[in-house]
Write a protein that binds this ligand. Structure first.
Ligand SMILES: Cc1ncc(COP(=O)(O)O)c(C=O)c1O
Length: 401
């Protein structure tokens, strides 16, 4: 549909704005449930654990104590300080609170950084398959999307060479996401070093480093591109509380960026949200400074589920599933089933009662893959695998393992 031709005569830019498949599939799954169908949810990317009670208590106390008014648009000084300490310590860098902007969820960090930096016609490099909001925002701003591929044969690692060879004089921004949604790939620190070296003398190129899954990593350690001194001023880190502290519905995230850019993002906050909810920010300080055992326990549970889902999916004829190294997504290759990604995802939802996402919800190079979130119980994951196996057995006679 051409949005500008609807009776509301929407602004032309709206025809460029994309969406996120996970929310669409969730809505369809909920409709089926309302009709009485039993659906196993492996589509949405949010931890199924409750937020830790010490964080909830802190928010409740904050509300009673009167933290119910506007806060500074940049975020409460206490939380900016706590983020600077925690984010710096975890990345081995020193961060000043003036580099930190607190936002309602992490997504606005991307929205605002793009608005502040990218002009129509600028080229922006982004991962494909990748988080769909990247391409959506690039197009929305009239910039030129230039994708770089993440390949199963490279264990879905990002290759510095694949990025560097796509740089042109018009490149303005490179988007990185490690650990990665949807593949679970983690960028090797040697590749980051190569990328940092390749970008060292390209002063006008910024890097947007989406590190929202940085503590959900199963082997080795997270490296941030911000560790490389030549790029320190030009790296914008996105991070937040949604995935690590199971706080998706609280809407609490942050960006770390050069103070001059932070000033511009704060102006965008003033023009849009005014500030992030105040009592939520108090709870954020508690999340960062308080007991971390719930984060450790969640990671261990995800590790257990990763094994169950990868082994289970690999037993389905036509499926081949690599081990994700981070985040909580399995991204099996399903080309052996002989059915396209979207058609298969639709059939699994409608006929097998398993909600998952087609790889194409993350870009055209996601064809031939499905994404399963393992933010669900081991019991439900096993049940989902059984349902898929039964469906494939009945409907994809040509499947080869
Ligand atoms: C790669 C990536 N970045 C950012 C976000 C957004 O996080 P938030 O819910 O805090 O806005 C998500 C959430 O799905 C994500 O997968």
């Amino acid at each position: 549909m051409n949005l500008i031709e609807t009776k509301f005569r929407l602004a032309r830019r709206m025809s460029q704005l994309g969406t996120e498949g996970a929310f669409e599939v969730l809505a369809r799954a909920k409709r089926l449930e309302a009709e009485g169908r039993d659906i196993i949810h492996l589509e949405i990317g949010e931890p199924d654990f409750p937020t830790a009670s010490h964080i909830i208590d802190s928010a409740a106390r904050a509300m009673r104590a009167g933290w119910t008014h506007y806060a500074p648009s940049a975020g409460l000084p206490e939380l900016r300080q706590a983020v600077a300490e925690d984010a710096g310590k975890r990345r081995g860098i020193s961060i000043d609170p003036s580099e930190v902007v607190i936002t309602p969820g992490a997504k606005p960090v991307f929205f605002f950084a793009m608005l502040a930096l990218v002009e129509p016609g600028d080229e922006v490099l982004y991962p494909n398959p990748g988080f769909p909001i990247y391409e959506s925002m690039i197009r929305f701003l009239g910039a030129q999307p230039v994708s770089y591929a993440l390949r199963e044969e490279n264990d879905f690692d990002v290759s510095a060479a694949a990025i560097l060879q796509k740089l042109t004089p018009r490149t303005r921004l490179v988007i990185l996401n490690s650990p990665q949604n949807p593949t679970g790939g983690v960028m090797a620190s040697s590749e980051m070093a190569a990328l940092a070296a390749g970008l060292a003398d390209r002063d006008e190129v910024f890097v947007f480093s989406d590190e929202i899954y940085h503590r959900l990593i199963y082997e080795g350690e997270h490296t941030s591109l911000a560790r490389f001194p030549a790029l320190r001023d030009r790296v914008i880190i996105l991070d937040g509380f949604s995935k690590i502290y199971a706080m998706t519905g609280w809407r609490l995230g942050y960006g770390v960026m050069h103070p001059e850019l932070a000033e511009q993002v704060i102006r965008l906050m003033i023009n849009s949200n005014s500030c992030t909810a105040t009592f939520t920010q108090i709870a954020g300080v508690e999340a960062l400074r308080g007991d971390q055992s719930s984060v450790d326990a969640m990671l261990e549970e995800f590790r257990r589920r990763r094994k169950v889902i990868v082994e289970g999916l690999n037993q389905i004829p036509g499926f081949r599933c690599a081990q994700p190294h981070g985040a909580f997504y399995a991204f099996p290759n399903i080309t052996g089933v002989g059915i396209g990604s979207r058609e298969l995802a639709d059939a699994l939802l409608n006929e097998a009662g398993v909600a998952c996402l087609p790889g194409t919800a993350f870009g055209e190079w996601g064809e031939g893959y499905l994404r399963f979130s393992f933010a669900n119980s081991v019991e439900n994951i096993r049940k989902a695998v059984d349902r898929i196996k039964t469906w494939v057995g009945k409907n994809a006679g040509g499947a080869s393992g």
